[in-house]
Design a protein around this ligand. Sequence first.
Ligand SMILES: [Zn+2]
Length: 161
Amino acid sequence: MRGINKVTGTLGMDDQALHIQQSMYQYSRAIYRSIKDLIDPYASQADQIEYRRAVLEACEQTMERLARDPQYFAKPERSLFQDIRRYFPITAQAQVAWTVTEGVTAAVAFIEDQIEAGAFDGGVPRCHATTRKGKPCQRTPLPERDYCPSHQHLERSKVAA
Ligand SMILES: [Zn+2]
């Protein structure tokens, strides 16, 4: 079905989805870059690395979810701040909260513009795989692919077939 759609010219749609994904990634990186050096300086070196990874992951997950379900994600900035605040000292909390609010608000405005422009037809594409529990995989596919990183082997077997 998807193959047919591609041939009959929904390629523009895919390009837009890719554009949205890439933009969300930029917003996520921007937030991360602005706050990564505020991470608890008294934590051990190993912990600081772990905290950075957790903060980056939380930023990315927030943006992915925002791109997938923009209409149903209430207060994404609060949700992200709650997820990551424990990695920062008290003295940095206000700055982190401000940065997260600014970054997420900008991303939400971008998504809203895309919705208004009609670029959103059910959101960014989802992975075509079915999970072991029989539900559709909710993850974002790799750029220009039909499957997420965990299911990318399915893409290869499809190509081989
Ligand atoms: Zn998947």
